[in-house]
Design a protein around this ligand. Sequence first.
Ligand SMILES: O=P(O)(O)OC[C@H]1O[C@H](OP(=O)(O)OP(=O)(O)O)[C@H](O)[C@@H]1O
Ligand SMILES: O=c1cc[nH]c(=O)[nH]1
Ligand SMILES: [Mg+2]
Length: 209
Amino acid sequence: MGNVFVLDHPLIQHKLTYIRDKRTGTKEFRELVDEVAMLMAFEITRNLPVQEIDTDTPVTTAKTKVLAGKKIGLIPILRAGLGMVDGMLDLIPAAKVGHVGLYRDPETLTPHEYYIKLPSDIEERELIVIDPMLATGGSANDAIESLKKRGAKNIRLMCLIAAPEGVEVIKEAHPDVDIYLAALDEKLDEKGYIIPGLGDAGDRLFGTK
Ligand SMILES: O=P(O)(O)OC[C@H]1O[C@H](OP(=O)(O)OP(=O)(O)O)[C@H](O)[C@@H]1O
Ligand SMILES: O=c1cc[nH]c(=O)[nH]1
Ligand SMILES: [Mg+2]
Protein backbone atom coordinates (compact mmCIF):
# COMPACT_ATOMS: atom_id res chain seq x y z
CA MET A 1 0.00 0.00 0.00
CA GLY A 2 1.12 3.54 -0.70
CA ASN A 3 2.02 5.72 2.25
CA VAL A 4 0.08 8.82 3.23
CA PHE A 5 2.12 11.68 4.66
CA VAL A 6 0.42 14.68 6.28
CA LEU A 7 2.99 17.48 6.23
CA ASP A 8 2.38 19.12 9.57
CA HIS A 9 5.16 21.72 9.42
CA PRO A 10 3.94 24.79 11.38
CA LEU A 11 4.42 27.15 8.40
CA ILE A 12 2.36 24.88 6.14
CA GLN A 13 -0.40 24.58 8.74
CA HIS A 14 -0.43 28.34 9.47
CA LYS A 15 -0.78 29.24 5.80
CA LEU A 16 -3.40 26.52 5.25
CA THR A 17 -5.59 28.18 7.89
CA TYR A 18 -5.77 31.36 5.78
CA ILE A 19 -6.26 29.36 2.58
CA ARG A 20 -9.33 27.76 4.17
CA ASP A 21 -10.71 31.08 5.51
CA LYS A 22 -13.65 32.23 3.39
CA ARG A 23 -12.62 35.88 3.88
CA THR A 24 -9.35 35.32 1.97
CA GLY A 25 -9.66 36.92 -1.48
CA THR A 26 -8.28 35.68 -4.80
CA LYS A 27 -4.94 37.54 -4.70
CA GLU A 28 -4.03 36.39 -1.20
CA PHE A 29 -5.39 32.87 -1.83
CA ARG A 30 -3.15 32.51 -4.88
CA GLU A 31 -0.09 33.77 -2.99
CA LEU A 32 -0.71 31.43 -0.07
CA VAL A 33 -1.21 28.37 -2.30
CA ASP A 34 2.04 29.28 -4.05
CA GLU A 35 3.90 29.52 -0.72
CA VAL A 36 2.47 26.29 0.67
CA ALA A 37 3.36 24.47 -2.56
CA MET A 38 6.97 25.61 -2.13
CA LEU A 39 7.07 24.44 1.48
CA MET A 40 5.51 21.11 0.51
CA ALA A 41 8.07 20.71 -2.30
CA PHE A 42 10.78 21.10 0.34
CA GLU A 43 9.31 18.22 2.36
CA ILE A 44 8.44 15.97 -0.58
CA THR A 45 11.99 16.13 -1.97
CA ARG A 46 13.54 15.19 1.38
CA ASN A 47 14.38 11.65 0.26
CA LEU A 48 15.82 12.43 -3.19
CA PRO A 49 19.10 10.58 -3.69
CA VAL A 50 22.36 12.52 -3.38
CA GLN A 51 25.89 11.62 -4.34
CA GLU A 52 29.16 12.65 -2.76
CA ILE A 53 31.66 14.68 -4.79
CA ASP A 54 34.94 16.48 -4.06
CA THR A 55 34.67 20.27 -4.10
CA ASP A 56 37.67 22.61 -3.90
CA THR A 57 36.95 25.36 -1.42
CA PRO A 58 39.40 28.32 -1.19
CA VAL A 59 41.07 26.45 1.69
CA THR A 60 40.98 22.73 0.93
CA THR A 61 38.98 19.92 -0.67
CA ALA A 62 35.62 19.10 0.92
CA LYS A 63 33.43 16.05 0.56
CA THR A 64 30.13 17.57 -0.57
CA LYS A 65 26.78 16.35 -1.86
CA VAL A 66 24.81 17.05 -5.02
CA LEU A 67 21.51 15.65 -6.28
CA ALA A 68 22.16 12.30 -7.92
CA GLY A 69 20.61 13.18 -11.25
CA LYS A 70 17.08 11.99 -10.51
CA LYS A 71 14.93 13.85 -13.03
CA ILE A 72 11.65 15.29 -11.83
CA GLY A 73 8.39 15.95 -13.67
CA LEU A 74 5.59 18.07 -12.23
CA ILE A 75 2.13 17.12 -13.48
CA PRO A 76 -0.53 19.66 -12.46
CA ILE A 77 -4.16 18.62 -12.98
CA LEU A 78 -5.85 21.58 -14.70
CA ARG A 79 -7.07 23.96 -13.65
CA ALA A 80 -6.51 24.14 -9.94
CA GLY A 81 -3.19 22.26 -9.97
CA LEU A 82 -1.68 25.17 -11.91
CA GLY A 83 -1.78 27.25 -8.73
CA MET A 84 0.87 25.03 -7.15
CA VAL A 85 3.36 24.81 -10.04
CA ASP A 86 5.33 28.04 -9.65
CA GLY A 87 5.92 27.51 -5.94
CA MET A 88 7.35 24.09 -6.64
CA LEU A 89 9.49 25.34 -9.52
CA ASP A 90 11.04 27.89 -7.16
CA LEU A 91 12.68 24.94 -5.40
CA ILE A 92 13.03 22.51 -8.32
CA PRO A 93 13.74 24.84 -11.27
CA ALA A 94 15.02 22.08 -13.57
CA ALA A 95 11.79 20.06 -13.34
CA LYS A 96 9.81 19.57 -16.53
CA VAL A 97 6.09 20.23 -16.42
CA GLY A 98 3.35 18.11 -18.02
CA HIS A 99 -0.33 19.00 -17.97
CA VAL A 100 -3.41 16.83 -17.57
CA GLY A 101 -6.71 18.66 -18.15
CA LEU A 102 -9.63 17.20 -16.22
CA TYR A 103 -12.92 18.57 -15.03
CA ARG A 104 -15.33 16.87 -12.68
CA ASP A 105 -18.91 16.72 -13.91
CA PRO A 106 -20.85 18.54 -11.15
CA GLU A 107 -23.79 16.09 -11.36
CA THR A 108 -22.12 12.69 -11.70
CA LEU A 109 -18.76 13.73 -10.12
CA THR A 110 -17.07 11.74 -12.91
CA PRO A 111 -13.82 13.21 -14.28
CA HIS A 112 -13.50 14.04 -17.99
CA GLU A 113 -10.10 14.40 -19.62
CA TYR A 114 -9.87 17.26 -22.12
CA TYR A 115 -6.12 17.77 -22.50
CA ILE A 116 -2.82 15.99 -21.97
CA LYS A 117 0.71 17.07 -22.81
CA LEU A 118 3.68 15.40 -21.15
CA PRO A 119 7.49 15.50 -21.28
CA SER A 120 8.70 12.82 -23.74
CA ASP A 121 10.77 10.95 -21.14
CA ILE A 122 8.19 10.47 -18.36
CA GLU A 123 9.26 6.85 -17.84
CA GLU A 124 12.66 8.08 -16.55
CA ARG A 125 11.26 10.78 -14.28
CA GLU A 126 10.05 10.93 -10.73
CA LEU A 127 6.60 12.39 -11.37
CA ILE A 128 4.70 14.52 -8.87
CA VAL A 129 0.99 14.82 -9.70
CA ILE A 130 -0.31 18.08 -8.23
CA ASP A 131 -3.87 19.06 -7.36
CA PRO A 132 -5.03 21.09 -4.36
CA MET A 133 -8.07 18.85 -3.79
CA LEU A 134 -8.44 15.05 -3.53
CA ALA A 135 -12.19 14.60 -3.05
CA THR A 136 -13.76 11.41 -4.49
CA GLY A 137 -10.33 10.62 -5.93
CA GLY A 138 -11.76 10.23 -9.44
CA SER A 139 -9.64 13.00 -11.02
CA ALA A 140 -6.32 11.96 -9.47
CA ASN A 141 -7.07 8.32 -10.27
CA ASP A 142 -7.69 9.17 -13.94
CA ALA A 143 -4.58 11.34 -14.15
CA ILE A 144 -2.38 8.61 -12.64
CA GLU A 145 -3.89 5.99 -14.97
CA SER A 146 -3.21 8.24 -17.97
CA LEU A 147 0.42 8.64 -16.89
CA LYS A 148 0.92 4.91 -16.31
CA LYS A 149 -0.63 4.10 -19.71
CA ARG A 150 2.04 6.32 -21.25
CA GLY A 151 4.91 4.62 -19.42
CA ALA A 152 5.26 6.46 -16.10
CA LYS A 153 6.86 4.30 -13.42
CA ASN A 154 7.48 6.52 -10.40
CA ILE A 155 4.57 8.67 -9.32
CA ARG A 156 3.77 10.64 -6.16
CA LEU A 157 0.59 12.60 -5.52
CA MET A 158 0.64 15.97 -3.76
CA CYS A 159 -2.56 17.71 -2.61
CA LEU A 160 -3.37 20.44 -0.13
CA ILE A 161 -6.49 18.78 1.29
CA ALA A 162 -7.90 15.27 0.92
CA ALA A 163 -11.06 13.49 1.99
CA PRO A 164 -10.63 9.97 3.41
CA GLU A 165 -12.77 8.66 0.51
CA GLY A 166 -10.29 9.95 -2.08
CA VAL A 167 -7.27 8.63 -0.19
CA GLU A 168 -8.85 5.15 -0.10
CA VAL A 169 -9.51 5.23 -3.88
CA ILE A 170 -5.86 6.04 -4.64
CA LYS A 171 -4.47 3.56 -2.10
CA GLU A 172 -6.65 0.82 -3.57
CA ALA A 173 -6.04 1.59 -7.27
CA HIS A 174 -2.40 2.72 -7.04
CA PRO A 175 -0.64 1.10 -4.07
CA ASP A 176 2.69 2.19 -5.56
CA VAL A 177 1.82 5.91 -5.24
CA ASP A 178 2.72 7.78 -2.04
CA ILE A 179 0.36 10.63 -1.13
CA TYR A 180 1.55 13.93 0.40
CA LEU A 181 -1.05 16.21 2.01
CA ALA A 182 -1.20 19.38 4.07
CA ALA A 183 -4.42 18.09 5.69
CA LEU A 184 -6.64 15.02 5.78
CA ASP A 185 -10.18 16.29 6.34
CA GLU A 186 -13.33 14.63 7.70
CA LYS A 187 -15.52 13.66 4.77
CA LEU A 188 -17.31 14.63 1.56
CA ASP A 189 -20.70 16.34 1.46
CA GLU A 190 -23.54 15.23 -0.83
CA LYS A 191 -22.16 17.40 -3.67
CA GLY A 192 -18.69 15.86 -3.41
CA TYR A 193 -17.13 18.87 -1.65
CA ILE A 194 -14.55 18.26 1.06
CA ILE A 195 -15.73 19.04 4.60
CA PRO A 196 -14.47 21.34 6.09
CA GLY A 197 -12.22 21.87 3.03
CA LEU A 198 -11.70 25.26 1.38
CA GLY A 199 -14.54 25.40 -1.15
CA ASP A 200 -13.85 25.21 -4.87
CA ALA A 201 -10.09 25.50 -5.33
CA GLY A 202 -10.24 26.42 -9.04
CA ASP A 203 -12.82 29.15 -8.50
CA ARG A 204 -10.96 30.62 -5.54
CA LEU A 205 -7.62 30.59 -7.41
CA PHE A 206 -8.92 32.14 -10.61
CA GLY A 207 -11.81 34.23 -9.29
CA THR A 208 -14.41 32.48 -11.41
CA LYS A 209 -17.31 32.53 -8.97
O1 LIG B 1 -11.34 13.97 -6.35
P1 LIG B 1 -12.41 14.49 -7.27
O2 LIG B 1 -13.79 14.15 -6.77
O3 LIG B 1 -12.20 14.10 -8.70
O4 LIG B 1 -12.37 16.09 -7.16
C1 LIG B 1 -11.21 16.82 -7.18
C2 LIG B 1 -11.08 17.61 -8.46
O5 LIG B 1 -12.08 18.63 -8.50
C3 LIG B 1 -11.44 19.91 -8.72
O6 LIG B 1 -11.31 20.21 -10.05
P2 LIG B 1 -12.56 20.70 -10.96
O7 LIG B 1 -13.22 19.56 -11.62
O8 LIG B 1 -13.42 21.62 -10.15
O9 LIG B 1 -11.83 21.48 -12.12
P3 LIG B 1 -11.06 22.89 -12.06
O10 LIG B 1 -9.74 22.62 -11.43
O11 LIG B 1 -10.96 23.24 -13.51
O12 LIG B 1 -11.90 23.86 -11.28
C4 LIG B 1 -10.08 19.68 -8.08
O13 LIG B 1 -9.12 20.63 -8.48
C5 LIG B 1 -9.75 18.27 -8.48
O14 LIG B 1 -9.16 18.16 -9.77
O1 LIG C 1 -14.04 20.42 -1.99
C1 LIG C 1 -13.72 20.34 -3.20
C2 LIG C 1 -13.93 19.16 -3.94
C3 LIG C 1 -13.55 19.14 -5.26
N1 LIG C 1 -13.01 20.24 -5.81
C4 LIG C 1 -12.81 21.37 -5.10
O2 LIG C 1 -12.29 22.36 -5.64
N2 LIG C 1 -13.17 21.40 -3.82
MG1 LIG D 1 -13.15 23.53 -9.67
